[in-house]
Design a protein around this ligand. Structure first.
Ligand code: FE2
Ligand code: FE2
Length: 144
């Protein structure tokens, strides 16, 4: 299991401070999720564990929605040429997160390393691969 510092150090800076702060907020929620499920590998979750899981995933989904909306608005405002493609990436991420959330709501989960890495992978792949593509664009537009 990576430590909190190792997780944070994987996050690349996209050049726009408000967007980077959002990304840090998303990472913080995923770290909270981790610490919630971290000791469930060897025991069954209690009702209290489940309600914590539901609540952190709800926060994550609200935060994600607001972040994607803001990011897309900023792209639209400055005429980012890959907006449609990026929006489609966001749409897929939202549907993956909803699927994950549904699974948890059905209490259909075996806590394992896989579950731990799902959200990390979900977030970092997008930020480090797709969000990083707008870094130069916003820099040229003078948006920081
Ligand atoms: Fe994005
Ligand atoms: Fe983003």
């Amino acid at each position: 299991m990576p430590t909190e510092m190792q997780i944070r150090s994987q996050l690349r800076h996209v050049g726009v401070s408000r967007l980077h702060r959002d990304h840090e907020g998303l990472v913080a929620l995923i770290i909270t999720f981790h610490s919630t499920v971290g000791d469930l590998f060897n025991r069954s979750p209690t009702a209290k564990d489940w309600s914590r899981i539901d609540s952190v995933l709800e926060d994550l989904s609200d935060y994600t929605f607001r972040h994607f909306q803001y990011e897309e608005q900023l792209m639209a405002k400055h005429g980012y040429p890959h907006l449609a493609e990026h929006r489609e990436q966001h749409r897929q991420l939202v549907s993956q997160l909803e699927g994950f959330q549904d699974k948890m709501r059905r209490r259909d989960a075996k806590f394992s390393v896989d579950i731990d890495f799902f959200l990390l992978d979900w977030l970092f792949t997008h930020i480090n691969r797709y969000d990083m593509k707008y870094k130069d664009f916003f820099e040229q537009k003078g948006v920081s």
